[in-house]
Design a protein around this ligand. Structure first.
Ligand code: ZN
Length: 286
């Protein structure tokens, strides 16, 4: 990734906004933390790179972000990093693709991390029927356990839903959803968006809403009221148009937000204000 040329910075936003979902640890190439390095040390060593990412984002109006864990080392790294930056919050969880690693010991540690003040989300968790890295059985058990952790800790539940819309909605209903639920990188159509609206779930839109062939996402965005919309990069993945194939970063949020504002026929500043207010509802005050 480091050999690729980074996309140019977009025009700055007229109002501040935040990135509801990115992976700072993957962006700074810190996956080696997963191999057992002392995580706190690894997080501190990466802080110059993290500050660079935050500065670039701030320059275009993206002043805060949530960095999301996908396994225990990643969750620890992100919690450590959030503790070092007032503009950064963390999410902690075992990703559905890693669900076989959701042992009772790991889940207990995720819950301990979830109680930290800078950790504002339990996620990303959910179901992924696109990849079969973990069995459906393991994924369901892990998802249900994370729902309970979110309820016990009072933190937002951040959901990864890939080709599993019906089962994700069903498990949430069966298990009893936490107070705040976010569908990260929302991938449903207008019909799914209506179900989320009825349940009061937040929908976080990412780069794909800008893709030419993703009209169904724009229809979903039209259905989603401003009160339930978030915006995210999922960086380093899913860069918005015209930067597909390049590494994504929080400073590219304006491209996705502009697309959403056009689709919803809302002023950019108004949408940014709504998204920021939603951020306070979902993740608490910054
Ligand atoms: Zn993600």
């Amino acid at each position: 990734m480091s050999t690729q040329k980074l996309p140019a910075a977009p025009e700055p936003l007229p109002a501040e906004v935040f990135d509801s979902h990115c992976h700072l640890d993957i962006m700074v190439g810190n996956r080696q933390a997963s191999s057992g390095d002392p995580v706190a040390q690894a997080a501190q060593a990466a802080q110059a790179s993290v500050q660079g990412i935050l500065d670039e984002a701030r320059a275009v109006g993206v002043t805060r972000l949530v960095t999301i864990g996908y396994d225990l080392p990643s969750s620890r790294w992100n919690a450590e990093t959030a503790a070092l930056h007032p503009d950064v919050y963390a999410g902690v969880a075992v990703h559905p693709n890693e669900a076989h690693a959701s042992t009772p010991e790991t889940l207990a540690e995720i819950e301990r991390l979830a109680r930290l003040p800078q950790v504002r989300a339990v996620g990303e968790t959910g179901l992924d029927y696109y990849r079969d890295w973990a069995s459906k059985e393991d994924q369901h058990a892990s998802f249900r356990a994370h729902i309970e952790i979110a309820k016990r800790t009072g933190k937002a539940l951040v959901i990864h839903d890939r080709e599993a819309h019906d089962d994700v909605l069903r498990v949430l209903a069966e298990q009893g959803a936490p107070e705040v639920v976010v569908f990260h990188s929302f991938s449903g159509d207008a019909e799914m968006a209506k179900q989320c609206v009825n349940a009061g779930y937040f929908m976080s839109f990412s780069g794909p809403v800008t893709y030419k062939n993703a009209g169904y996402l724009r229809e979903a965005a039209r259905v989603a009221p401003s009160e339930l919309i978030l915006v995210e990069t999922d960086a380093p993945y899913l860069p918005p148009t015209p930067h597909r194939g390049k590494p994504n970063a929080p400073y590219l949020i304006p491209l996705t937000l502009r697309c959403l504002a056009e689709v919803k026929e809302i002023g950019l500043a108004d949408l940014a204000a709504a998204v920021s207010a939603n951020g306070e509802t979902v993740f608490g005050s910054w």
